[in-house]
Design a protein around this ligand. Structure first.
Ligand code: NAG
Ligand code: NAG
Ligand code: NAG
Ligand code: NAG
Ligand code: NAG
Ligand code: NAG
Length: 367
C-alpha cells in the first residue's frame, strides 16, 4: 500500500489503517497536499476601492491613508481615504489637472503635460517623519506620463510634468516641488518608486537624498538620485543588467485568463536598509534581487563614478518570482510584492535567503 501523498484517488494508509476513498471536498484526517492559497499572518481588510484603481499607498503617523491612481483618465490621481469605501482628491482641487489637460499631441507624438503645479499621473507615495528641517511630509511622485484613451498609449514625459512634490501633513500645503532635467528623466523614463535617506549625515547639505527607480517599458532603465538640498539629480546603473527587465519573460497572474504574452519592465521595487548604506532593488520582470552600497550612487563627481557603480552591484540570487513594490522594517528585512504568487516574500540579510512572508488569494498585484 502506498503511503498517502499525492494520489488521493488510490486507497492508501493513514496511521496504519486503510483509509476511505478521499476527495478534495473532504480532507479530514488525511495528509493530502492541498493548496488552500494562504500562508502567514491573516490579512486585514482596510478599505474598498470602487471607482478608481489604486497603484500606490502611504500611511501617516496618525493613520491617514493616501492613495494614487495611475491611468490618465481618472478624475483625480492623488486621493485621501475618507472612510471605508470612499476617497477624495488631495490636497485639494487646485492640484487636480483635468484629464483633458494631462497630455497633448505634437507631430503625431503624444506628450504628457509639463505643468509643475498640478498632478498628471501620480505613481508612488511616501511619508517621511517630522525632523528639525521638515514637518511630517507626504512625498508624491508624479511620473508625468499618463496613459491616454482606449489604446492605453503612454505619453512621453516633459520636464516639469515629472516631479517630486512635498506636502506638509501639518497643514496640507505643498512645501517643495523638485523637477528633473530631460538628461536625467528621459522622455521615455518612467520613475516608479522612491526611497528617502533624510538623516543629516546622508548628504553634505543635510537635507537628505532620494533614490528613484526608472522602470521604463522602453527599457532605458536605471536609478535616479536626487539631492534634496541642492535639487540636483543624476543617473546611475543606466542600461545595467540589474536595472533592466529580463528579455523573454512570460509571467502568469491568477492562473488562466487573457492570453499569455511577453512583459518587460525594468527597475521597480527599491528599498534602503535601516542605516541608509545599502539600496536593494529589482526589475519588475526578473526573478533576481540586487543591491548596491549607496556611496556608489551618491558619488557622481568623477569620470569613473558611473563605472564604479556598475562594478559594485551585487546579485543576491533568485527568489522564485518576479517582484514589484518593496518595503522594509527596522530589522533590515526586505519585503517584496510577488504578483505571480499573490504573495509577499521577504529577504533576510542575515540568512541571505528570500522566504514567503504572506500569501492570500485576495492579494492581487501587491505593490
Ligand atoms: C469526511 O471523511 C471522514 C474521514 O474519512 C469521515 O469520517 C467523515 O464522515 C467524512 N465527512 C463527510 C461530510 O463526508
Ligand atoms: C493553509 O495551508 C497553510 C500551509 O499548509 C497552513 O499553514 C494554514 O494553516 C492553512 N490555512 C487554513 C485556513 O487551512
Ligand atoms: C463615505 O464617504 C462617502 C463620500 O463622502 C459617502 O458618500 C458615504 O456615505 C460614506 N460612507 C460611509 C459608510 O460613511
Ligand atoms: C496646472 O494645473 C493646475 C491645476 O489644474 C492649474 O490650476 C494651473 O493653471 C496649471 N498651470 C498651467 C501653467 O497650466
Ligand atoms: C478610461 O479608459 C478606459 C479604458 O481605456 C475606458 O474604458 C473608459 O471609458 C475611459 N474613461 C473615461 C472617463 O475616459
Ligand atoms: C549616519 O549616521 C548613522 C548613525 O547615526 C550611521 O548609522 C550611518 O552609517 C551614517 N551614514 C553615513 C552615510 O555616514
Amino acid at each position: 500500500m502506498k503511503p498517502c501523498q499525492y494520489l488521493h484517488y488510490i486507497p492508501c494508509l493513514v496511521s496504519g489503517v486503510l483509509s476511505q476513498q478521499l476527495t478534495y471536498q473532504n480532507t479530514t484526517g488525511t495528509r493530502l497536499r492541498v493548496d488552500n492559497g494562504t500562508y502567514g499572518p491573516p490579512v486585514e481588510e482596510v478599505h474598498y476601492f470602487y471607482d478608481q484603481w489604486p497603484v500606490g499607498f502611504a500611511v501617516s503617523s496618525k493613520g491617514r491613508i493616501f492613495a494614487s491612481y495611475f491611468p490618465g483618465n481618472y478624475t483625480y490621481t492623488l486621493g485621501e481615504v475618507v472612510n471605508a469605501t470612499a476617497e477624495r482628491p488631495y490636497p485639494g482641487p487646485e492640484w487636480n489637472v483635468p484629464p483633458s489637460e494631462i497630455s497633448e499631441e505634437w507631430d503625431g507624438i503624444l506628450f504628457g503635460s509639463n505643468n509643475d503645479t498640478g498632478f498628471i499621473a501620480v505613481q508612488a507615495l511616501y511619508v517621511t517623519p517630522q525632523t528639525d528641517n521638515r514637518p511630517e511630509t507626504l512625498w508624491v511622485l508624479d511620473v508625468g506620463r499618463p496613459t491616454v484613451g482606449n489604446t492605453g498609449q503612454m505619453a512621453y514625459a516633459r520636464p516639469g510634468g515629472t516631479k517630486l512634490v512635498a506636502i506638509s501633513l501639518d497643514n496640507n500645503i505643498v512645501t517643495d516641488v523638485y523637477t528633473f532635467p530631460s538628461s536625467v528623466n528621459y522622455p521615455d523614463a518612467s520613475l516608479n518608486d522612491f526611497r528617502f535617506d533624510i538623516r543629516e549625515n546622508a548628504t553634505e547639505g543635510g537635507q537628505g537624498i532620494v533614490y528613484l527607480s526608472d522602470e521604463s517599458a522602453e527599457w532605458r532603465n536605471g536609478i535616479v538620485v536626487l539631492d534634496l538640498g541642492t535639487g540636483e539629480s543624476w543617473r546611475h546603473l543606466d542600461l545595467h543588467p540589474s536595472t533592466r527587465g529580463t528579455y523573454g519573460v512570460v509571467p502568469s497572474y491568477q492562473g488562466p485568463g487573457s492570453p499569455y504574452s511577453h512583459f518587460t519592465q525594468g527597475c521597480d521595487g527599491i528599498q534602503l536598509d535601516p542605516t541608509g548604506s545599502i539600496l536593494y532593488f529589482s526589475p519588475m520582470t526578473s526573478d533576481y534581487l540586487y543591491s548596491i552600497e549607496t556611496r556608489y550612487l551618491k558619488d557622481h563627481s568623477s569620470a569613473v563614478s558611473s563605472q564604479a557603480a556598475n562594478n559594485n552591484v551585487k546579485n543576491l540570487g533568485q527568489r522564485g518570482g518576479n517582484a514589484n513594490g518593496f518595503e522594509a522594517d527596522s530589522n533590515g528585512l526586505i519585503y517584496q510584492g510577488i504578483p505571480e504568487h499573490n504573495a509577499v516574500y521577504v529577504y533576510d540579510p542575515v540568512t541571505l535567503r528570500t522566504e514567503t512572508f504572506i500569501r492570500d488569494p485576495r492579494i492581487i498585484w501587491p505593490d
